[in-house]
Ligand binder design. Structure first.
Ligand SMILES: Nc1ncnc2c1ncn2[C@@H]1O[C@H](COP(=O)(O)OP(=O)(O)OP(=O)(O)O)[C@@H](O)[C@H]1O
Ligand SMILES: O=P(O)(O)OC[C@H]1O[C@](O)(CO)[C@@H](O)[C@@H]1O
Ligand SMILES: [Mg+2]
Length: 520
């Protein structure tokens, strides 16, 4: 995140740690840059270790650790003798007896090799002071970080006729949920799976006896992407992991596709670990869903693009209202619990925002350098102004709350209403006319149908989720990394919410676009 530390932390964690094997022959541990392993000096802190950058071999240690952390948990970790069979999915050509066995081509198969990798970071920063620099060591050395490429494998670890696959959607709504459900079902059928079900209303559907699993097929899902929401319904809270795995066992589910955000993925990883503990051959695959875009390491999450696009309508209305009124001020509140990506990108896209306020950047409303003084300046100089505020912004200005939702997420105070009230009060107090209009499109930006770009994104994510399950992986999730599709072990992408970096080029671009000063 642009910060530089002389000591980096090595985790060495795996998602199924008790079953972890470094010697799995399926994975080539000798990437091209590997150099002889030397034991560098370690500074141990609890269960983690730190690298001493004066050690000439620290890079090797870092790469080894990285490779270990990003290794994908696999069915062979628990069942070393698990047999694979040739894939029933053929990327190249199909016979007429769909979905039977496909012929293979000796020269070109179109499968992903297990040793294919995607480069996680693509910029070489020559100095820690370079804009947005993300350096590992004080010298900003180039260290390759590789993650696993997503896609269909030549060998599969599940026989389609023995699969019962389930899909569950958890957390809040997000544009594209139906597109992902649809593509998972279609791809499963292409592999030859016939038993596919949807679990209604998130994890709750595993415990609530009144909720019946929904049979899914291509016919059922054919047109579901034409509307927003989730065919299966969503929920927060719900049963514990043990109850969920009991339910998986009772239902005979051996492939579980989990669509959700940070919380849902924490749950998916716990389900994966519990299945490992019980020695169940179940593949648990996540597909990150969040309009907040707060999942680490990936370019973006599905639904984010659509949410930003939908937010334009609210911003444009606020602009027109403000611009058409005498001393008009428009205020738009957008979602973003802890991360301000929607507000930042919507501000950049619209070109109509004068002030963008996000959770990651502290600001004052009052005082000579506060937002309100600047609004006065804008009214005096350009006659109107538009503010975009993310829901998690400026919480330090409001009374603390202990309220949480069913999943344990903090329910924040309403910064949008507060900004509106304080703006009205301020202009009244200084005796300057101001016509303040407030728009809160909160649920409108996530209840809509996915746009074309998200539609394609969801389709490819859905396909790759199924490929990952058939390849025998579990406890993983799928995303894009520098536009390439990759698999990640779940713990690596949810260790904390992804935040807007105040030193990033994107935030600086946003500041350039709005022209706003610091409000501190
Ligand atoms: N640490 C956790 N371990 C196990 N399950 C969890 C954990 N955190 C949340 N969950 C479960 O995951 C589900 C969704 O969590 P949550 O409501 O936080 O949404 P989310 O997946 O983060 O999505 P959103 O981006 O909409 O907030 C809930 O059913 C919740 O019980
Ligand atoms: O009202 P709900 O369903 O709890 O959802 C609100 C939350 O959903 C999110 O969009 C995440 O999905 C947050 O930005 C927001 O706080
Ligand atoms: Mg969450």
């Amino acid at each position: 995140m642009g910060t530089l530390s002389h000591v980096i932390t090595l985790h060495g964690l795996t998602s199924c740690s008790y079953a972890h094997s470094h010697s799995n022959p399926r994975f080539n541990t000798s990437l091209p840059t590997r150099v002889p392993r030397v034991f560098a000096k370690l500074k141990t802190q609890n269960s983690t270790a730190a690298i001493d950058f004066t050690d000439p071999y620290w890079k090797t240690k870092f790469k080894d650790d990285f490779q270990q952390r990003f290794r994908l948990p696999h069915v062979t970790d628990i069942f070393p003798d698990a047999a694979s069979v040739p894939s029933t999915f053929c990327p190249k050509k199909r016979t007429s007896d769909f979905p039977g066995n496909y012929p293979s081509d000796d020269d070109w198969h179109g499968y992903i090799n297990d040793n294919d990798r995607v480069l996680l970071k693509t910029i070489y920063y020559s100095s820690p002071t370079s804009a947005g620099a993300e350096c590992i060591d004080p010298g900003c050395n180039w260290v390759e970080q590789w993650v696993h490429r997503a896609g269909p494998r030549e060998k599969i670890y599940f026989k389609p006729e023995e699969v019962k696959a389930a899909i569950v959607t958890c957390g809040g709504l997000c544009p594209g949920l139906n597109d992902v459900i649809r593509q998972i079902v279609i791809t499963l059928e292409i592999y030859g799976v016939t038993k596919i079900v949807g679990i209604p209303f998130g994890y709750r559907g595993f415990s609530d006896k009144e909720l019946i699993e929904v049979p899914l097929s291509r016919k059922v899902v054919q047109n579901i992407h034409l509307s927003g929401g989730s065919l299966l319904g969503v929920s927060r809270g719900g049963p514990g992991v043990s109850e969920i795995v009991n339910s998986l066992e009772e239902r005979g589910i051996n492939m579980l596709f989990v669509l959700g955000g940070n919380g849902t993925h924490a749950g998916a990883n716990a389900i994966h670990n519990e299945c490992c503990k019980r020695r169940l051959q179940v593949s648990v695959i996540g597909v990150p869903k969040t309009i907040d875009n707060d999942i680490l390491l990936m370019d973006k999450t599905f639904g984010f693009d659509t949410a930003v696009e939908e937010a334009q309508r609210a911003i444009n209305s606020a602009y027109i209202e403000a611009h058409s009124a005498y001393h008009g001020i428009g205020i738009v509140k957008l979602m973003g619990r802890d991360s301000g990506f929607i507000a930042m990108h919507a501000s950049l896209a619209s070109g109509q925002i004068d002030i963008c306020l996000i959770p990651e950047i502290p600001f004052n409303l009052h005082g000579p350098s506060g937002v309100l003084s600047y609004l006065k300046y804008l009214i005096e100089t350009k006659g109107s102004a538009v503010v975009c505020v993310a829901e998690g912004a400026g919480q330090d200005l409001l009374q603390k709350t202990n309220a949480t939702d069913a999943s344990g997420n903090t329910v924040y105070r309403d910064i949008g209403v507060y900004t509106q009230q304080e703006t009205k009060r301020y202009f009244k107090e200084i005796g300057v006319h101001a016509d303040v209009k407030y728009i809160d499109p909160t649920y409108m930006i996530r209840a809509c149908r996915a746009n074309a770009s998200d539609g394609i994104f969801c389709t490819v994510l859905g396909q790759n989720a199924v490929h990952g399950a058939f390849a025998g992986f579990s406890g993983i999730t799928v995303g894009t990394c520098n536009t390439h599709y990759a698999y990640f072990p779940i713990p690596e992408v949810i260790s904390h919410p992804r935040l807007v970096d105040s030193n990033s080029r994107m935030w600086h671009r946003c500041l350039t676009a709005t022209g706003q000063p610091d409000f501190i």
